[in-house]
Design a protein around this ligand. Structure first.
Ligand SMILES: Cc1cc2nc3c(=O)[nH]c(=O)nc-3n(C[C@H](O)[C@H](O)[C@H](O)COP(=O)(O)OP(=O)(O)OC[C@H]3O[C@@H](n4cnc5c(N)ncnc54)[C@H](O)[C@@H]3O)c2cc1C
Ligand code: SF4
Length: 485
């Protein structure tokens, strides 16, 4: 029985040992705006995978259109979105359980059930995964005697430098397939058949198994050691800092996260990377990545409709069009420019700059969720809801996080050097040079006093906001400012 392989199942761990059919679906590309570089990565990955002799590449408008041309029954690895699960839920498919994550759906369901309706916590899930897999464990104890090393990590960006000085990230050499992909995208975009946003640019991420392994090896040998300390920091001259840039090959299914975690662990045991960095990285790969995947199914399809804080503001045009020039706030303009240039930001820029601004300005969470999927090279339907609706926008009212991830300019000023080039002052909340992130934070608390009243973790900042003599002035100022930052 041939296997229908989905475009995010491209690595060997998805191969069921049957002849493979791979569909390049034009309709998928035309259905929503895509970042240039994301569309390139997907097409390039599919076309490279189709070079294998057991793979037949089919070009069709959609999977359904292709299925209508034959009556073959296919094997398939359970796909990664509600839409595709509906497609394979028919007598045309024999489906095996999903792959490409550390914890199976069955094991997650059992773990979640054991929590008896209490909030599911990443820390619990992560520890249970470590215990089950033996990752960074010595018998029943965590290696190094602690489950996390946060006190060694999360340092502010180093002063008086604009880059971290770590080895440059691995970068692929483009080939004839990339050249053809670029020609096709340029033509389809010019003909108005697809809508591409951001800039085209040299391919920065792995799209084949070979490339993915090379990227992984380079990261572990050259960059992993500094991953932990500067995980949350940002420097204007260093777009990647010491991050792995592995989300693209992981989300294309080219790397198995458990193999990635084991290789990182080996770097600690061989003395090539410090424990705090390795633990921090394993937590991302085997903890957070799996956690948000399982929450996608656990919270269900309607989760993206949640809007606890009743946030209804439309996304600014500068975000929709990835056009930084009209934005004065240096942190926002810098990050939007990076999204336009590469379709990638590191975690804290996604969460504490763009996510935080969106939360403060009351951007519509569902629209924001779609925007993140469209604009980021690693964006997928499963990865976004827990990250955007839950973690960053608190639109689920606290199913995912105990409090909103809102912060003022002081945090950005401490962790990055972005404020240096800004016309606003992170310490000022009212007046000409009032920082929109600082003032926006207080205006957010003011606006959401009622829905956040019962949240004990917000009690202290709420009390401080209520005592502020300039509460009304900030409210008026930020209402006038709106999304014009
Ligand atoms: C608002 C928002 C949007 C995000 N959008 C995406 C997205 O579209 N695709 C995506 O893969 N991740 C997303 N993330 C998670 C995280 O920011 C990215 O995985 C990470 O920045 C990718 O860069 P990297 O590969 O260098 O990661 P590193 O910092 O090197 O981390 C290693 C790996 O850990 C995994 N990881 C870490 N945190 C998370 C997380 N919260 N959710 C899922 N995986 C995680 C990723 O696979 C990543 O490659 C988002 C987070 C937020 C807050
Ligand atoms: S001063 Fe405020 S707006 Fe400017 S970069 Fe810093 S945090 Fe952003």
């Amino acid at each position: 029985m041939p296997q229908l392989l989905f475009a995010d199942q491209l690595g060997p761990h998805f191969d069921l040992g049957e002849p493979i059919v791979l569909v390049e679906s034009f309709g998928r590309l035309a259905a929503r705006p895509f970042h240039w570089q994301k569309a390139h990565l997907i097409l390039s990955a599919i076309r490279h995978r189709a070079l294998d002799e057991n793979v037949t590449l089919v070009r069709a408008d959609s999977y359904r259109e292709y299925l209508a041309t034959n009556d073959t029954v296919f094997a398939a690895v359970n796909p990664t979105s509600f839409g595709y699960r509906k497609l394979v839920n028919s007598d045309r498919f024999e489906v095996v359980p999903s792959r490409g994550f550390v914890t199976s759906e069955e094991d997650f369901a059992a773990w979640a059930e054991s929590k008896a309706g209490k909030r599911l916590l990443l820390e619990d899930f992560y520890r249970s995964t470590r215990r089950r897999t033996g990752l960074l464990m010595e018998g029943v104890d965590p290696v190094g005697g602690a489950w996390n090393f946060d006190h060694d990590n999360r340092l502010p960006a180093p002063k008086k430098v604009t880059s971290l000085g770590v080895a440059q990230p691995w970068q692929p050499d483009e080939d004839d397939i990339d050249a053809q992909v670029r020609r096709d995208l340029t033509q389809w975009h010019a003909e108005g058949k697809i809508r591409l946003v951001g800039h085209d640019g040299p391919r920065l991420f792995a799209v084949t198994r070979e490339e993915a392994l090379a990227a992984l090896e380079h990261f572990v040998a050259e960059r992993l050691d500094l991953f932990g300390p500067y995980e949350d920091a940002g420097l204007t001259g260093d777009w990647a800092m010491a991050h792995s840039l592995l989300s693209v090959p992981l989300n294309l299914g080219l790397l198995d996260p458990l193999e990635v975690a084991h290789i990182a662990e080996a770097a600690y045991h061989s003395g090539n990377a410090r424990l705090s960095s390795v633990e921090g990285f394993v937590r991302q790969i085997a903890g957070w990545r799996d956690f948000v995947w399982h929450l996608y199914w656990h919270f269900g399809q309607d989760y993206t409709d949640l809007n606890y804080l009743n946030a209804t503001t439309a996304l600014p045009t500068s975000w929709e069009e990835l056009s930084p020039s009209a934005i004065d706030a240096a942190c926002v303009s810098h990050t939007i420019e990076k999204v336009a240039d590469r379709g990638w930001l590191h975690h804290i820029e996604r969460l504490m700059i763009l996510g935080n601004i969106a939360l403060q300005r009351g951007l519509n969470p569902k629209q924001l969720n779609e925007w993140f999927i469209n604009s980021f090279v690693d964006g997928t339907p499963w990865v976004m809801p827990a990250n955007v609706i839950g973690m960053s926008q608190f639109a689920d009212g606290g199913k995912m996080s105990t409090k909103p991830y809102a912060g003022g300019g002081a945090y950005i000023s401490k962790m990055t050097n972005y404020c240096g080039g800004c016309s606003f002052d992170p310490k000022v909340r009212v007046g000409e040079n009032a920082c929109p992130v600082t003032a926006g934070y207080w205006a957010f608390l003011d606006r959401n006093e009622k829905p956040l009243a019962g949240n004990f973790r917000m009690a202290q900042p709420m009390a401080a906001m209520r005592k502020m003599v300039d509460r009304v002035a900030i409210r008026d100022q930020e209402n006038r400012r709106g999304t014009s930052l």
